[in-house]
Design a protein around this ligand. Structure first.
Ligand code: NAP
Ligand code: MG
Length: 491
């Protein structure tokens, strides 16, 4: 094994962060590193982080197997206590985690502190409770006594994207751990730092060595070494459809269950009977986090008769948005995560303009320096336009009109994605009808982003395979067994 036990640390704004992996309860280095910069100021190098390789993956899988032996034998209550201990540590360190995540991926500091990071603690608590509540199904049938047993599956590899990395990764790790699986988490290379902080609290919370491992590295190098190993028993991925195809192949090779939470191109449908002001304000909020939100309603579909009024209000609310440093409480619009990502967003808008789509507002970088892109609204030439059909993952919305409910539904369902949808209407029957007809894993009516963690969460079409949330994720992480004992044959 080329890896050596170390703990290389950097100091960022007074916060000490390890740049190494966390394997088998110890910090482990790699010979090579990759650079992490801040989107708030691209000249600011935050850290050189361990660049995991095949040896790192091998060590992590070995440790996770050993960790599994101990962790899977603990009772749900014991595991739940340890997960709650980790939640306590997250809650005690919200300021630190939020600061690092703000510097690393540029989400707004206030929102990280108040909403996003606290949710990570809730993720662990919710799954500690859900696992403890589980009752085995027991019944008699055909002369046998039957029990359904939920068995932890083994080491789980969890691969996560760069947006909201702390909240999102804990959301995926919590059910795996609660189910009794050991975890190897690989965060994204563009925002690896907040999850390195999490690793500092794993031993103190009481996890046995190897139950919860975090490895850093480049997806295309380290990823296949993890997903291609037959000792891994579950692969849980969040990211883009393109990467999901690679991971799906690897999982198929080993015949290992695989879930994928992928991109979205959600419709935001506004009917003439809606609260137009509330709808316009919510539409403008889709620019938040530089549009780097998989659930965002990026395709605005508005009823023809209210188009002008809606557009007027959307423009007004967007003019009130403030671009700036994500640490400033006044800022509402943050920069893109990375210069390459900004270039992608720019190319989408430039291509749209060149192909005859109309830029209603925005359409350029906010200023020459920095990674901010103006909130941009595009009226596409047709529903086939690239900006309507592809996930841009930037502060870019499209606006189209419809004349009746049937057309609204057909347009809402006209992309290959199916992650989320948002509907604005004041008509209860329409809310139910259209809500049922929109093909998406989650549909909100007159609201957005409210989540009950016991509800299923996932995508249809190229937005994903499988469901997270509640017992759905617990079942994914377990092997179910039916035990049948012939009645009166045992005493
Ligand atoms: P991505 O490029 O697919 O990367 C996701 C993760 O996969 C990263 O950790 C990446 O590592 C890793 N990876 C890359 N190639 C790999 C390979 N061959 N094998 C194993 N792992 C590999 O996605 P992203 O750009 O980070 O994230 C944005 C996407 O995620 C968007 O499409 C967004 O909609 C989606 N997303 C979906 C949800 C949801 O819940 N449905 C939530 C958030 C985001 P590197 O970072 O080193 O490339
Ligand atoms: Mg970063």
């Amino acid at each position: 094994m080329s890896a050596e036990v170390q703990d290389r640390r950097v100091d960022i704004e007074g916060i000490s962060i390890s740049t190494d992996h966390f394997i088998g309860g110890k910090r482990v280095s790699s010979p090579n590193t990759f650079e992490v910069r801040s989107p708030l100021d691209w000249d600011w190098k935050l850290a050189d982080v361990a660049r995991g390789d095949a040896a790192t993956a091998a060590a992590a899988i070995e440790a996770a197997q050993q960790g599994f032996d101990v962790w899977s034998r603990m009772s749900p209550a014991e595991r739940g206590q340890i997960m709650n201990n980790l939640a306590d540590r997250i809650e005690a360190n919200i300021e630190k985690i939020a600061t690092i995540e703000c510097l690393d991926m540029a989400m707004l500091l206030e929102s990280l502190k108040l909403r996003v990071i606290p949710r990570a603690a809730v993720n662990f608590r919710a799954y500690a409770d859900l696992a403890a509540e589980y009752q085995e199904r027991v019944w008699d049938s055909k002369g046998t006594h039957n029990t359904v047993i939920r068995m932890p599956a083994g080491p789980a590899v969890i691969i996560t994207p760069w947006n909201a990395p702390f909240m999102l990764s804990t959301w995926k790790c919590a059910p795996a751990l609660a189910a009794g699986n050991s975890v190897i988490l690989k965060p994204a290379e563009w925002s690896p730092l907040s999850l390195s902080l999490l690793a500092d609290w794993i031993n103190g919370a009481g996890f046995p060595p190897g139950a919860f491992n975090i490895v850093q590295g480049i997806g295309s190098e380290l990823g296949p070494c993890l997903t291609g190993d037959s000792r891994v028993k579950r692969v849980s991925f969040t990211g883009s459809p393109a990467t999901a195809r690679h991971i799906g192949h690897a999982a198929a090779e080993n015949i290992v269950p695989f879930t994928a939470e992928l991109g979205g191109k959600g419709a935001l449908v506004v009917f003439a009977d809606a609260d137009i002001d509330a709808a316009a304000q919510k539409a403008s909020n889709q620019f938040h986090d530089s549009g780097q939100v998989c659930l965002a309603g990026t395709r605005i579909l508005v009823e023809e008769s209210i188009r002008d009024e809606f557009l007027h209000k959307l423009t007004m609310y967007t003019e009130k948005q403030i671009q700036g440093d994500s640490r400033d409480p006044a800022t509402t619009l943050s920069p893109a995560i990375h210069p390459n990502h900004l270039k992608n967003v720019e190319a989408y808008v430039d291509n749209a303009r060149n192909r005859g789509d109309r830029i209603v507002f925005g359409g350029q970088r906010w200023k020459k320096d920095g990674l901010w892109y103006e909130p941009t609204l595009i009226e596409p030439k047709s529903n086939d336009s690239e900006v309507v059909q592809n996930e841009i993952f930037g502060p870019v919305l499209t606006i189209q009109t419809f004349t009746d409910e049937a057309e609204a539904i057909s347009m809402a369902n006209s992309t290959a994605y199916g992650l989320s949808g948002i509907i604005y209407t004041s008509d209860a029957e329409r809310a139910e009808r259209v809500g049922r007809a929109v093909r998406a894993g989650t549909v909100w009516v007159n609201t957005f982003l409210i989540r009950d963690l016991t509800a299923p969460f996932g995508g249809i079409g190229i937005s994903g395979i499988g469901r997270e949330g509640g017992h759905y994720a617990l079942e994914f992480h377990c092997d179910l067994k039916t035990l049948q004992i012939l009645e009166d044959s045992v005493h």
